[in-house]
Design a protein around this ligand. Structure first.
Ligand code: ANZ
Ligand code: ZN
Length: 851
């Protein structure tokens, strides 16, 4: 048999699939539908191994579903807006659009070379007006429905470059280009009301059975629903402060009230009290994320105000401004219960405030709480008047009832989730379709004037948003009164673009975002596959967008992704040697690693060395392939060398799909050799010309068990298990003598490997003289009678005592079973030459020899 010429076969079959639009999905198909989607790539330049793994998995499922008779939608497109294109513009002087479109062309060609069964007729790029113009239409629909609003909000401001920075552009508190300390500034920004859907988004997780639990848990924590009590304390100056608590049961353990540094009460005090103002400034210097607040030293400023306890008005609690209270959560004010909250305890010990136990673990009831570890466990209420003896839940309910009955508080729910700020002060994004008019305010761009197209003639030689400087573009007439007005120059967060692309894939008319009835035929996506790094934001925003469209009556789909799978990463060893560098002040020497790529090193004399300098190299941990550590393997040369099928095979074979896959030369080599083994079987059979004769029952059984097993494995995305079964079957066929069974098995094997190694399978199918494409061939049918277990295990006993177990063919004759027992070595040893008096045989169960 000849060798499989992968490069020739790859190009040939890819051309055929392309010309025939083999993988174009038909909207009006009567078949059952499958929507298989992998997260669309950012066109950063080249396809990386992570893409290859992700898209290979989806591709196997898509191809398999076609073979079982589904109409499959498996589309591909480009998440094409975002910062890197603007960085390229600033660094290399190339226009973001040109850079992005060139990358798309490169990456599309690379994807084609891997033979993915994609419907390229539906390709889209979010940076093109035919996509983002429809997004603007949807944005305005949400605006009209009251789901979009504008408010002042803090941004990262680089005082040297005079520009707003994205969070990723702030490194250790400094601007990534200028190195200047970043300031927080308030700007008017656009928000989407995702918090309106907080309950739905949380409760909806319960219906997502086909999602990983870890992803659901991450979303649950991100939404962060807390139930509790909101109530007001009356202050000694006659004012009030509203607090939120999840632990109303601990109300008798409170020893202080604390407000956030930017709480109105704090700000008012600061107006007349310079010490308070200084303290607030100090608080602003620290981080403001929940995690940072958690680890910071707890600091407070005593305002001198006293808050009246709701049950004992004479009991005045000191009111502090504290750095651990967030303005953005709950009401921005809390009451502190040191005995049962760690932050409160740290605070109380520092400022010497009372620490009173009000929940007992069942052992200690003493009101005096000792130690520095708050008790947050279960128990009964103590030292709490009418609550004494109740369990925590009872006590919570009781306090809420009293508060509501007496009118000073209300049971309430608060969420950690914030509204989604979608304004970005950048050029390369979807223009927000709003016009600001001095007389009319924020006016939506009329529908017939959409899309608001990004101007092409922009410059990146000065910092800031080029749209702000482009007066030709941003000066317009107000659509409402006709007076001169100004376009909104903020563009949308790119997460908006990825929040609805799967709908546009399902249906993309020219004049609307999508056709509802067509989109509803395909949605929800049956299987979505992508990286776990998107477990929170992208998936939550897409879920929100879908629910928002349902809410405004545009699409009757609640959840966009019925099934979700998050694949593991492709990893590789890292290589480095240390280099010494002068510190910034020119004196101290910093020792830091210099990372080397797999091609920069050589192995000799039992060691690893820098190929260029000969220096010794340290082999580091196996880590996710990344540009920063230089441990990447470019897929393209590997495809050149081994062909697409070997690369695909390796992506599927070695590790369970949810685990990391360590890249190895021997692994890809082994895959290539297996592809060749398959080819020898296929081509050898074709050379013989006529099928063999006679049956091989064992092979028949193995074949049908494999057909059934692989189907189950692919549906479960357990590709490595499917591959293992293919190895076993192939090994058995190779050893079998020619027979009708063997010929059938070889022909069936072509179809079984078709989802994984489609080029090889097409080539074999055509060499075997089959008509049509194997991509269109039906999945082999299982003969269920051959799945039945054909062996049974029987017991061999002497005087009722078990001496051995053996496997026999099911339904073996009684005398054959008897002979087998007498022949058995263990039995013979016990018999020791004696002849049994009696032999009992129970078919398919046991033989008992009585001596
Ligand atoms: C009294 C209390 C007693 C509390 C106790 C806890 C334990 P979760 O569950 O995360 O929602 N809190 C409320 N608003 C806050 C804010 N803006 N900044 C910082 N902390 C805030 O947490 C709710 C609890 O966190 C609330 O219940 C409040 O402290 C605090 F033994 O009130 B608790
Ligand atoms: Zn106007």
């Amino acid at each position: 048999a000849s060798r499989f010429n992968a490069l020739k076969a790859d190009a040939g079959w890819q051309k055929v699939w392309d010309e025939r639009s083999t993988f174009a999905a038909r909207d009006d198909s009567p078949k059952p539908r499958s929507y298989v989607l992998e997260m669309f790539p950012y066109p950063s330049g080249r396809i990386h191994m992570g893409h290859v793994r992700n898209y290979t998995m989806g591709d196997v499922l898509a191809r398999y579903r076609r073979m079982i008779g589904h109409e499959v939608l498996h589309p591909m497109g480009w998440d094409a807006f975002g910062m890197p294109a603007e960085n390229a513009a600033m660094e290399k002087g190339v226009h973001p659009g040109a850079w992005t479109r060139a990358n798309i062309a490169t990456m599309k060609a690379q994807l084609k070379r891997l033979g993915f069964a994609l419907d390229w007729t539906r390709e889209l790029a979010t940076c093109e007006p035919d996509y983002y113009g429809q997004e603007q239409a949807l944005f305005l629909d949400l605006f009209k429905a009251g789901l979009v609003y504008r408010k002042e909000s803090a941004v990262n401001w680089d005082p040297v470059d005079m520009t707003v920075l994205a969070n990723e552009q702030v490194i250790d508190g400094r601007g990534w280009r200028s190195g200047a300390l970043v300031e927080r500034r308030k700007l008017s920004q656009w928000f989407l009301k995702i918090t309106d859907f907080a309950d739905e988004l949380l409760d909806g997780l319960g219906d997502l059975e086909d999602w990983p639990d870890k992803v659901k848990l991450m979303q649950e924590n991100w939404i962060g629903r807390s139930r509790g009590l909101t109530f007001s304390f009356t202050l000694s100056d006659g004012g009030k402060v509203e607090v939120f608590t999840t632990r109303p049961d601990t109300i008798f353990g409170s020893s202080f009230v604390a407000v956030a540094a930017d709480h109105p009460i704090a700000r008012k005090i600061a107006e007349t009290n310079p010490d308070a103002a200084a303290f607030i400034e100090l608080c602003k210097r620290g981080g403001t994320t929940a995690a940072e607040l958690e680890t910071q030293e707890k600091l407070g400023f005593d305002t001198g105000l006293r808050a009246a306890h709701p049950f004992y008005a004479s009991w005045g609690l000191p009111v502090y401004i504290a750095n651990f209270v967030l303005m953005e959560y709950g009401t921005g004010a809390v009451f502190g219960v040191p005995a049962h909250d760690q932050r409160d305890l740290d605070f109380a010990r520092k400022y010497d405030l009372p620490v009173k136990r009000v929940v007992s673990d069942g052992e200690i009831e003493d009101p005096v709480f000792v130690g520095n570890e708050a008790y947050t466990g279960p128990g009964r209420l103590v030292n709490s008047h009418f609550l004494d003896g109740m369990d925590i839940e009872d006590a919570k309910r009781t306090v809420i009832q009293r508060a509501e009955g007496e009118g000073w508080g209300k049971g309430s729910t608060v969420f950690r989730l914030r509204d989604w700020g979608v304004s970005r002060q950048r050029y390369w994004g979807t223009p927000i379709p709003i016009i600001h008019c001095d007389a009319c305010g924020a006016v939506p761009v009329p529908r017939e004037q959409l899309p608001v197209v990004l101007p092409e003639d922009v410059t990146f030689d000065v910092p800031g948003n080029p749209l702000d400087r482009h007066t030709g573009w941003n000066t317009v007439d107000c659509p409402s009164c006709g007076k001169p007005a100004r376009r909104e120059t903020d563009t949308l967060d790119t997460f908006v673009d990825s929040s609805w692309y799967f709908i546009r894939f399902a249906s993309q008319p020219d004049d609307r975002p999508f056709d509802r009835s067509v989109a509803e035929k395909w949605l929800p996506v049956g299987q979505y596959i992508g990286g776990v790094e998107h477990a929170i934001l992208h998936l939550l925003y897409a879920r929100f967008w879908t629910r928002a469209l349902k809410h405004i009556g545009q699409l009757d789909v609640a959840e966009p992704f019925a099934g979700l799978f998050t694949q593991g990463m492709v990893t590789h060893e890292t290589y480095s040697r240390t280099v010494e560098q002068l510190g910034t002040d020119g004196t101290d020497v910093i020792v830091k690693p210099l990372w080397l790529g797999p091609d920069d090193i050589e192995r000799r004399d039992g060691g690893v060395f820098d190929r260029a300098t000969g220096d010794a190299v340290t082999v580091g941990r196996v880590e996710k392939m990344s540009k920063s550590k230089k441990n990447t393997i470019d897929p393209e040369p590997i495809v050149d060398q081994y062909g697409a099928d070997a690369v695909r095979w390796f992506m599927l074979s070695d590790s369970p799909p949810e685990r990391d896959l360590p890249w190895s030369e021997s692994g890809i080599d082994g895959s290539w050799r297996f592809i060749q083994r398959l080819w020898r079987l296929f081509d050898g059979e074709a050379e013989v010309g006529a099928p063999g004769e006679g049956r091989n029952v064992a092979l028949d059984r193995k074949l049908h068990q494999t057909i059934a097993g692989i189907a189950t494995d692919i549906e479960a995305l357990s590709f490595n298990k499917a591959v293992a079964k293919l190895y076993e079957l192939t090994g058995m066929i190779e050893k079998a003598a020619p027979s009708a069974s063997r010929s059938e098995a070889i022909s069936t094997l072509m179809r079984l490997v078709a989802p994984m190694a489609p080029h090889l399978a097409e080539e074999a199918w055509s060499v075997a003289g089959q008509s049509g494409l194997i991509a269109d061939a039906p999945w082999p049918e299982v003969d269920a009678t051959l799945l039945v277990e054909d062996e049974v295990t029987i017991a061999l006993q002497v005087n009722g005592k078990l001496r051995d177990t053996v496997k026999i063919a099911k339904g073996m004759a009684k005398d054959a079973m008897e002979a087998l027992a007498l022949d058995n070595a263990n039995v013979q040893r016990i018999l020791d030459g004696a002849t049994p008096k009696k032999i009992v045989v129970v078919p398919d169960r046991l033989v008992n020899l009585v001596i």
